[in-house]
Every structure is written in structure tokens, then in C-alpha cells.
Design a protein around this ligand. Sequence first.
Ligand code: DLL
Length: 428
Amino acid sequence: MKEIECAPRQELAALQSYRLSRQIRRVYEKVPVYREKMEAVGVTPEDIATVGDLHKLPFTTKQDLRDNYPYGMFAVPHERLVRIHASSGTTGKQTVVGYTQKDIDIWAECAARAIVAVGGTKSDFVHVAYGYGLFTGGLGMHYGAEKLGATAIPASAGNSLRQLEMFRDFGSSIVCMTPSYAISLIELMEEKGFKKEDFHLKAGVFGAEPWTDEMRKEIERGLGLKAYDIYGLSEIAGPSVSCECERQAGMHVCEDHFIPEIIDPDTLEPLPPGSQGELVFTCITKEALPLIRYRTRDVAKLVYDKCECGRTLVRMLKPQGRTDDMLIIRGVNVFPSQIESALLSCDSRATNYLIVVDRIHNLDRLEVQIETRDDMLADNIRDIEKYRATIKAAIDSALGIGVDVKLIEPKTLERSMGKAVRVIDKRR
Ligand code: DLL
């Protein structure tokens, strides 16, 4: 563990203040968009001396990146860039992010910290099954593993049978992949007769999409490892902006590089510690694309209590979802993660599901389609109806609205190798 990860909070705040004021002077000089935004609210770099001044600064959004596509918000000439990545861009134009060599080194350091936090050492085989490419998952964890001195296995996502053979033959001890891909590998293990005892897995670093504690239990059961949550976004660094430690009680943010805040997404006012709201990050060491008060749209909470692991870095609790993924059903706010949690609390193996939202005769309708499994086919109709009714009751009570639950044939939903698509909203 690095010293800074358990430094007294005042020491950390002093470092953050120094880095923040230096960063603001830099972006003011080098990025016209920031100068204009700061001038518009009457703030100059001299006004930003400490972390307490952060709230004076204007926000940055994905729209700013789109408006300045591809490189308009970069603070370095392109000769200094050593790599670019891009967001998946499911809605609208994709966003391009870039890194200098120093940015890559810091990112690798954060990813190495994440691997250490889940118990990794130089002796581990770190099997990276996030996609390699413009997506940050693969290369992000790969460089982290190498920085630590562990052995990276650059498997990338896909070719699932090979993944299982590699787990068995290469001695993979730490795996990195999306939780939904882990679920599809567990399913394949059962189909092909692999047992968790065939592998040497001890820990997994799962992220890039929301997943619940119920899903965690299912992955731990299926793969025989401890499953940890890791968070990040391309705009800030990629994976390892924050990661859980062995306590599995929230993800420690690399606050010496990224300052987190929680704001009210409607009023844009910062919220007190412990409140749930939209997560905002400011990059204080990033050279190429130093985003200031970047609105992530992720809904989370920050916990400042000292963790039993000894780290003093703030923890962010599992993101509930994104403000733009929140569904409004007949006026009620619904996060897909609430549905997953209720569903898996009835049947921990019901991991293949899809939420379909529609508007019929001017009324919102939410249907949860759940795949049945081959082993359920022997059940009689009454048992299956009871199963469906139990799940419906659990989801209705979690959401406070009535939903439709439909059981569908085994293996009809598409399997994910990256971020799973869990919601189809036909109203959009
Ligand atoms: O998903 C980076 C990443 C790769 C993180 C591998 C962790 C592991 P983007 O494609 O830019 O970057 O997507 C970022 O994914 O704003 C969240 O909405 C969501 N997300 C990422 N990690 C988590 C997580 C990568 N642990 C967006 N829990 C973020 C919930 C997550 N949501």
C-alpha cells in the first residue's frame, strides 16, 4: 500500500489544494474553453487556492467534449500525446480522451494500487478479459498489472471457452472483466463441465457497469473467488479511479489525482458528506485532458470514515446507476439496479434478465423478462407460476409500483462480453 493511501486527511487536502490551484492556472492558460467558462462566472485562477474553492468553478459535461470533438479540450500539443482512447458512445457522438506519458504512468499506478487492494502481488497472474482497444478496460488493467510486476495475461474479451482453458492452464489468479461477462463464463463452465476447483482464482476485479451485491455473491459462488468492484470512466482515467479493498465496503478513490464531489443534479449545489447524488470529478494531475468538475451522471455516495484496511482515501459506495439511466415509470423513479437486487434476492441464479419499458394506451409498462434454466423444465406449471409470482411480489415491493414478470425460454437473451444491455426503453 502506498503511503499516500493512508495519509492523514489534512495532509491529503494540502496536496490536493496545491495540485488543484496549479491545474487551474494551467487550464486557464492552455484551454480556451476553460478560460471562457471561468470568465463567464467571473472566476480567475487566483480565486482557487484550496480544495474549499472547488465549488466556485464551472462544471464540465460530456456535451462540452462533444462540442469540442475530437481534441478541442486537450491541454497539450499532439506531439505530447502517447495514446488516445474513446468512449463507447452509445448515445450521440463518441468522446475522445488522450494521455501523455505521465498520464499513462499515473493511470498505471492507480490500476496497480487497485490490484494490490484486492490482494494482488508480483506473484499473481492477472488475467485481463476486458476488451482491449479504444475501450479503456483492457489496456488500463494490463498496464496496472505490469506496473506492479505481476504477470499480465492479455486475454481480452471473447472466445469464452479459451478463457476457461486459460484460467485452468495458465494459472490465472486475479481476473478482470465485466460482471456480466463473468456470469456468462460461469454459465459456460456448467455447460462444458468445468469446476471452480479446476482454477486457481483468488480475486476478481469487476466493473465498467453497475452490479449488485446479489450479483457479487453469484460470481463468488460460481468462480470460487472474492469479487471486488472497480470503477472508472474514460473521461477521467479509465478503470481504477476507485477500487474496493479487502473489506469490500466501498471503493477507495485515488484522491491524490481525482477529487470527487457529490452534487444535487437539479440545483447543482454540492451535497454534504454521506448524501446520495451525482458524482463529479476534478483531475488534478492529468496533463492531456484535465477535466474540471466533470459531471459523471453516476449516482453514488461518498463515505469519509477511515476504513478498517487503514486507507484514509474516501470510499464511494456502489453507484446506483446513472441519472440518464434512471427510468421514470408512472412518475416513480426506478433504477435498474433495484430490480436486479430484488430479483436476485428471490433466485440468485436468475442473472439473465432484461427490462423492457413501453407506453401502452398512455400508461408506462415495465416488464422484466427472466430466462428460465434447463433444470427448471422438470417443474410443474404450478411451481413455475409460484416462482414468477414470488419474483413479481419482490420487485413490486422494492419499487412501489406494479411490474409484469415474464419467464422466457432458456438462452434466449444475448450474452455479454462487455457492458450488458439490461434495459430496452421503447418510449425513447
Ligand atoms: O467503463 C472504465 C472501466 C473499465 C471501469 C473497466 C471499470 C472497469 P466508460 O466506458 O467510459 O469507462 O464507462 C464509464 O461506466 O460513468 C459508469 O456509469 C459505468 N461504470 C464504470 N464502472 C462502474 C462500476 C469504463 N464499478 C461508465 N459500477 C461510468 C457501476 C460503473 N458503474
